[in-house]
Write a protein of this length. Structure first.
Lengths: 171, 187
């Protein structure tokens, strides 16, 4: 599979190193290794969702209960979660660490991904969600740490976009 | 039965539990009986109260969690029932006040008034214990039984479609949120 197992491991290790103990996820191609790593790790509770918006509520509950969490989703899952983000996490000042696979950009072969790819960053910006693109595995560990730090100091959602350069080995 | 009667009848049983409610009438009525630091009112994000409850229940497995949900909210997140069932935290009691309407936003009827039976939906989703109470006595009995059972339960309570005159209270949303978080830090 051309999804990068090595870079998925880098992302997963950074999440664990930053104390993430609960991950919610809905499968998508670029996330398969990450989800498997979470599933196989006895220190991590993986919550497989029916729809990504549930993950907002689960992360809110986990935060209130003192557990650090992360959300693994595709950008279309982020788009499907917006009311929960706005009227849950933002209204109640909850940190969310959202790792969003950024499908539908340059190099995308699946026609159905392309509309979402065109609007993801604009929507994140409209929601005032601090966002960074992860494309260099050498920087990922530090970038995840910084994102989580801001999420908790600001009590707000932050987004890290998992890019094709990071997640896909054939391009 | 009214929702207020039902809440009053189990109010004392909420001590020591993390309680999460949905917006509107449920939140206002529980506050009218008496706010406590262990109550969190999710005043928007319809559908996610059960997800917040799941997040708490998974994070603190020894803490009893009670979610007061509603038919309109559950219908917005039916998939969430399958997620609850999948992880079936034994410390979560999921109460659904089913008044067959979207009372807090104008009273329009929901599908539970004509065809959808939420306790059966929950059971079919895989929730291990489900019940539907139509009288106050039944509700109190089922609520106590669910707390004693220590197994994920969805308890649907058929209640009248009446609520308080106003939904905004003097408890700030963030005041409630941080107070609740501090309460959970002690548990």
């Amino acid at each position: 599979m051309p999804v990068s197992a090595a870079n998925s491991q880098v992302v997963f290790d950074a999440l664990k190193a930053n104390g993430v103990r609960l991950m919610s996820a809905l499968p998508e191609t670029w996330l398969v290794h990450l989800i498997r790593l979470a599933d196989d790790d006895p220190d991590v509770t993986l919550v497989r969702l029916a729809k990504e918006e549930e993950g907002v509520g689960i992360s809110m509950g986990a935060h209130l209960a003192g557990v650090k969490s992360a959300m693994l989703m595709q950008n279309h899952g982020f788009l499907a979660s917006i009311n929960g983000i706005v009227s849950g996490a933002q209204l109640y000042r909850m940190p969310l660490l959202m790792l969003i696979s950024d499908r539908g950009g340059f190099g995308e072969r699946d026609p159905w991904q392309t509309e979402g790819g065109a609007v993801t960053e604009s929507v994140l910006s409209a929601l005032r969600i601090p966002t960074r693109r992860l494309d260099d595995p050498a920087k990922v560990t530090e970038q995840i740490r910084q994102a989580q730090t801001l999420a908790y100091s600001s009590n707000r959602p932050v987004a890290l976009l998992l890019t094709r350069d990071l997640m896909w080995e054939e391009s | 039965m009214t929702r207020l009667e039902a809440l009053r009848a189990v109010y004392d049983r909420l001590a020591g539990c993390a309680v999460v409610t949905i917006m509107g009438a449920v939140a206002a009525e529980l506050q009218s009986i008496g706010h406590r630091p262990n109550f969190f009112y999710l005043q928007h994000a319809m559908g996610l109260a059960s997800s917040v409850g799941l997040g708490i229940a998974l994070s603190k497995p020894s803490l009893p969690v009670v979610v007061f949900d509603g038919d309109g909210s559950v219908l917005m997140n039916l998939g969430g029932l399958s997620t609850l069932a999948r992880y079936r935290p034994s410390n979560l009691l999921h109460v659904v006040f089913d008044n067959e309407s979207l009372l807090s936003v104008g009273g329009f009827p929901t599908a539970t008034g004509t065809c959808t039976r939420l306790a059966e939906v929950a059971a079919a989703a895989g929730v291990p214990r489900t019940a539907c109470a139509t009288t106050l006595d039944e509700f109190v009995t089922e609520f106590a039984a669910a707390q004693d059972a220590r197994e994920l339960t969805t308890l649907v309570a058929k209640v009248d479609a009446i609520g308080p005159a106003a939904f905004v209270t003097d408890l700030g949303l963030l005041e409630n949120r941080f107070q609740f978080q501090r309460y959970l830090q002690t548990r």
